[in-house]
Design a protein around this ligand. Structure first.
Ligand code: DLL
Length: 442
């Protein structure tokens, strides 16, 4: 018989039980870390004695790690098992610089599959479902992470991979796909392809659930996906360094993403002072893995900014919930002295009727000054309509952006489908200024 929970034992732990389990698992993890040359040195340099750990907060005596810590050493030196126990390697989707390498044992892979299965099951995926996985298969964790989980549930998996939009639609129709896993920006783009083919996903497919994640996106984008496809769309968060997807996931209440605290210890820290912030206050997510074998990571700084929802979730699970990710601290850009996150721009754009499915922010230096342009694709009907209406749309977007970001960007309306739409994570900001930093490597 099908139950309501994939793993009731873990999903229904009380706060006290979660905290007791975390302490036990942290002790085991630290013990395991002492087998790794990297951690032995890391502990010695910090004067940290794992055997003296009394509470989770004692972990704060260790410094945080980040991508540079991983890049600064041979990845094999992090291993707590002999290399021949490693069965898989994944890496982060760095767009610049060196990718970070993450090793997994067979038990790591199984634990990960179980975690993602828990997420999918929680939102209602069952054996009878047909699951089309439209994420890249390979070193990126989005593809394989969901693939094995859906198989554990017993759903039928279509390992479609990313891209090839017309074929994706064909597969959905041929196999009566009910559940998709898709990059959010690509989900919007694909709606246009449906329209070009004269198809309406609500009427012409059997879709009922979409998992969207791997990149920041706004509530407005979720609504468009839900309305456009006629599905419930669930936000899914994760990072290769912790396993991949499956770190935090929305339940049917859709009020924040539950962090699976039996597997990850979450700290939310002020990114400047590295002091913990209160629930409800925004900070940087810092994770410690609690049951990873090959390559545990301690106090890993994600650069992702979010807050923890105070209070309990309607679903009854006590695992804390994080908000939608506002962005990465290294995604923020500064124009004329004002700090701006791409997500603020998206929030405005997707709330305006007549805005199409893609946008891009372009930053230039013009006569030694910052210039911010926002290129916005217009919805098809409007693009073919009257100039007066287009001017009105442009004025509205400019006004609303000015209120949100406090600078006035130059808004340029462009033809639907004219901005680059990749298959992978969207590149929202093109910073061509003279002193531009490189593209963030999420
Ligand atoms: O993107 C893992 C993943 C795959 C998550 C599929 C969800 C679905 P990385 O390539 O290592 O791993 O990138 C991790 O992507 O630190 C965030 O900056 C961003 N990110 C991931 N999920 C979300 C989300 C995968 N739901 C980095 N909202 C993270 C916002 C997200 N940003």
């Amino acid at each position: 018989m099908e139950g309501e929970y994939w793993n009731a034992e873990m999903e229904l732990l009380s706060r006290e039980e979660i905290e007791a389990l975390q302490l036990r698992r942290l002790r085991d993890t630290l013990e395991r870390c002492e087998r790794s040359p990297f951690y032995r040195e890391w502990f010695a340099a910090a004067g940290f004695d794992p055997s003296r750990l009394r509470s989770m907060s004692d972990l704060r005596r260790l410094p945080c790690m980040d991508k540079t810590t991983l890049r600064g050493d041979d990845p094999r030196r992090f291993l707590t098992v002999p290399l021949d126990e490693v069965v898989r390697v994944h890496s982060s989707s760095g767009t610049t610089g060196q990718a970070t390498v993450i090793f997994h044992t067979a038990a790591d892979i199984e634990a990960w599959a179980q975690l993602v299965a828990r997420c999918m099951y929680m939102t209602g995926v069952r054996r009878r479902d047909v699951f089309q996985n439209m994420m890249g298969y390979g070193l990126f964790t989005g593809g394989l992470g969901f693939h094995y989980a859906a198989e554990r549930i017993g759903a039928m998996v279509i390992p479609a991979g990313s891209g090839n939009s017309k074929r994706q639609i064909q597969l959905m129709r041929d196999f009566h796909t009910t559940v998709v896993h898709i990059i959010p920006s690509y989900a919007l783009y694909l709606l246009e392809v449906f329209a070009e083919l004269g198809l309406d996903p609500r009427a012409d497919t059997d879709l009922r659930i979409a998992f969207i994640g791997a990149e920041p996106h706004s509530e407005g984008l979720r609504k468009r996906v839900e309305e456009g496809y006629g599905v419930r769309a669930y936000n899914s968060y994760g990072l290769s360094e912790m396993c991949g997807p499956g770190v935090a996931f929305e339940c049917p209440a859709q009020q924040g993403m539950h962090v699976w605290e039996d597997s990850f210890y979450l700290e939310v820290l002020d990114p400047e002072t590295l002091e913990p912030v209160e629930a409800g206050e925004e900070g940087e997510l810092v994770f410690t893995s609690l049951n990873r074998e090959a390559m545990p990571l301690l106090r890993y700084r994600t650069r992702d900014l979010a807050f923890v929802y105070p209070g309990e979730c309607a679903c009854g699970r006590a695992h804390r919930r994080i908000s939608r990710i506002k962005g990465r601290s290294d995604d923020m850009f500064i124009v004329k002295g004002v700090n701006i996150f791409p997500m603020q721009v998206e929030k405005v754009l997707l709330g305006v009727l007549g805005v199409g499915s893609n946008y891009q922010i372009v930053l230039d230096t013009v006569r030694s000054m910052d210039e911010m342009r926002v290129l916005v694709e217009v919805a098809g009907e409007l693009w073919r309509g009257e100039v007066k209406e287009l001017n009105e749309l442009k004025r509205r977007i400019t006004d609303e952006l000015r209120q949100e970001i406090l600078v006035t960007p130059r808004v340029e309306l462009v033809e639907p489908g004219s901005l680059p739409a990749g298959e992978g994570k969207a590149v929202r900001v093109l910073d061509r200024r003279e002193h531009a930093k490189g593209v963030g490597d999420g």
